[in-house]
Ligand binder design. Structure first.
Ligand SMILES: NC(=O)C1=CN([C@@H]2O[C@H](COP(=O)(O)OP(=O)(O)OC[C@H]3O[C@@H](n4cnc5c(N)ncnc54)[C@H](OP(=O)(O)O)[C@@H]3O)[C@@H](O)[C@H]2O)C=CC1
Ligand SMILES: C[C@H]1O[C@H](OP(=O)(O)OP(=O)(O)OC[C@H]2O[C@@H](n3cnc4c(=O)[nH]c(N)nc43)[C@H](O)[C@@H]2O)[C@@H](O)[C@@H](O)C1=O
Length: 343
């Protein structure tokens, strides 16, 4: 990408989009096209066509999507499949028609079959059954990859796809029903620490900044009963997950946008190492500094037992993740606390 190119970051206020904006600005890209969902609802084909016809961006990072953790995916399957199919179909097609030079589509590691070999290479796409808690979202993401490949095959459109593993970092979603596990761990342990210290004002500030605390979490914190606070986590703690700091993800996106990638157009993005949910919970608990009880709620789903990415394709091109899990969580927690202190 030339420094003066017009670069559209779809989803620029989200976890990934905001990190891409930071990385682009640091690298000297200033001609950025940014639109909120209120300004341009990407599910609306006419609005997307109008935006592309007027702006004709040279490059597109497609980081706008309907996103959520295991509970949201399992509870709102129609919303996840519909919104994602609409957003990606509209944006990929409009980008092709307005002669965008390259588009990077973001998928997810959940596109791979539940029984995939570990680590999972890009070649295991469409070789088996999907994990039921997120198959609707996964099907939309698979359609996005295939749409990029089809537009490349039929029209020669340079559309490539990156499949991130589980991400975390600044501007994450901390809604305790809809979030992914890492932001949930940070918030649950932080609230429990405040409850243990009797810091009612801190809990109120947190609620103002990060949204209402669900009743079951309030109960576990003993806010009304005076009982000692407990952190309730979901499932067995046994599944493995691979976590990548979003600054590394954004760095990988810029790397892919600027590399000659032919003949491949699908790239796993991760660290290549994973950890059990129980172990990552212990790590977050240590970093936040909560010394009370942790309870595992077996009525909640575990999801897929393991989804470790094979990242050799990206390593072979010359990119590797740099931020360790412990450093990344420390930074994410510091950012989380800064956001409430500025209230
Ligand atoms: N977070 C994770 O752990 C992972 C994320 N990914 C993928 O990375 C990408 C980015 O995810 P992430 O940053 O976490 O998501 P976020 O939920 O943090 O952000 C999503 C962004 O999409 C925008 N958006 C949603 N719906 C619309 C719409 N109808 N019209 C316009 N914009 C819309 C939102 O815009 P606004 O703020 O203006 O409303 C928001 O900025 C997604 O493709 C996701 O599937 C993949 C694997 C893991
Ligand atoms: C990135 C990926 O993210 C989603 O898949 P997921 O990895 O299963 O999602 P998750 O981060 O929400 O959970 C990971 C694990 O953690 C456990 N867990 C414990 N306690 C909490 C908890 O408090 N909250 C949450 N959310 N999970 C918890 C939880 O039970 C599960 O075992 C996809 O739907 C899809 O969006 C996708 O592509």
């Amino acid at each position: 990408m030339e420094k003066g190119s017009k670069v559209y970051i779809a989803g620029h206020r989200g976890l990934v989009g905001s990190a891409i904006v930071r990385v682009l600005k640091e690298a000297g890209y200033e001609n950025l096209l940014l639109r909120t969902s209120a300004e341009t609802d990407l599910r609306n084909q006419a609005a997307v066509d109008a935006l592309f016809a007027a702006e004709k961006p040279d490059y597109v990072f497609l980081a706008a999507a309907k996103v959520g953790g295991i509970y949201a995916n399992d509870t709102y399957p129609a919303d996840f499949i519909r919104d994602n199919l609409q957003i990606q179909t509209n944006v990929i097609d409009a980008a092709y028609r307005s002669r965008t030079k390259r588009l990077l589509f973001l998928g997810s590691s959940c596109i791979y079959p539940k029984p995939a070999p570990q680590p999972m290479p890009e070649s295991c796409l469409l070789t088996g059954e999907l994990e039921p808690t997120n198959e609707w979202y996964a099907i939309a993401k698979i359609a996005g990859i295939k749409m990029c490949q089809a537009y490349q095959k039929q029209y020669g459109f340079d559309a490539i796809s990156a499949m991130p593993t589980n991400l975390y970092g600044p501007n994450d979603n901390f809604d305790l029903e809809k979030s992914h596990v890492l932001p949930a761990l940070i918030r649950k342990f932080h609230l429990a620490k405040l409850a243990m210290a009797g810091d009612a004002e801190g809990i109120m500030e947190d609620e103002v900044r990060y949204g209402a605390i669900p009743n079951d979490v309030k109960e576990s914190l003993g806010l009304n009963s005076g009982l000692s606070p407990k952190v309730i986590l979901w499932g067995s703690g046994g599944p493995y997950r691979e976590f990548l700091h979003v600054d590394d993800m954004a760095d990988a996106c810029l790397f892919l946008m600027n590399r000659q990638v032919v003949p491949n157009n699908l790239f796993n993005v991760g660290t290549g190492t994973d950890i059990t949910i129980r172990a990552v919970a212990e790590l977050v608990q240590k970093i936040v500094g909560f010394s009370g009880e942790v309870v595992w709620d077996a009525s909640k789903p575990d999801g897929t037992p393991r989804k470790l990415m094979d990242v050799s394709r990206l390593h072979d091109l010359g990119w590797k993740a740099r931020i360790s899990l412990e450093d990344g969580i420390r930074a994410a927690y510091a950012h989380y606390c800064d956001q409430t202190e500025t209230l």
